[in-house]
Design a protein around this ligand. Sequence first.
Ligand code: CP
Ligand code: NVA
Length: 308
Amino acid sequence: MTRHFLRDDDLTQAEQSEILDLAAQIKADRWGRKPLAGPQTVAVIFDKSSTRTRVSFAVGIADLGGVPLIISTANSQLGGKESPSDTARVLERQVAAIVWRTYAQSGLIEMAADTTVPVINALSDEFHPCQLLADFLTIREHKGQLAGLTVTFLGDGADNMVHSYLLAGATAGMHVRVACPADYMPDERIVADADAIAVQTGGSVTLYTDPREAVDGSDVVVTDTWVSMGKEDEKAARVAALSSFKVDAELMALAKSDAIFLHCLPADRGYEVTSEVIDGPQSVIWDEAENRLHAQKALMVWLLEHTG
Ligand code: CP
Ligand code: NVA
């Protein structure tokens, strides 16, 4: 059986925890594991721009003894001329895994459907599950646990980060709050999936339209750009609709006094978060960005071990 990581709930609570434990071990012993020695190649495909994901996968694959093959869709046959399914049939004969940043989740599902090597979602319009592994490693480092913590996301509720927070947070037994305007609510089907998971793990999912009420007593405060890739034409409308969800010092003060602030980056300073908060003492964004490397290495090690 081949294990893929297309959305956060592809992992059970125990599996998520195992990968985070492994990530902490790998962070402490960076060059200790070489499952890609040979070297084997991992294809890392980008339909959208990236800094962190590109660098952390390239470095992580090299750290694991392998070779990263970075492919821009614009210079490949994928994305118009060749289907994800046919592309996967070609790649699986030559690479150990496929990492893909794309638009529609359906493309990833097609890519993974009959593929013998792990397929990893490096961000889609719907989810950003690799980022959540890094965020959760960071939260565990600063808070010592995940289950029982209250994590609040403010901003665009239909954002891929929100959908991933809903599923990954529920899986971890966290209390996930999302504060957003009524017109920017998360996908109802994903909320329902997260609710069903939370019932099993002791977590919860709550949606708010009042940012102050949502942040009250939170352990972790999270936001993301108001203008995700592909939504640039909507910038003016989004800034108008989302301005009261900006994370500033006044809002941050409503969270617990030892609350931490996360942002997957890139940030639009002055829009979804003020410089005072993102550069302030509660911000752990640089740990979070570094942890992409360690978390994704652990994910690749785990997926390769569980495939075959
Ligand atoms: N957070 C994140 O995925 O950043 P990039 O878009 O730079 O990869
Ligand atoms: N929600 C953002 C995340 C960027 C890493 C986007 O999709 O553009």
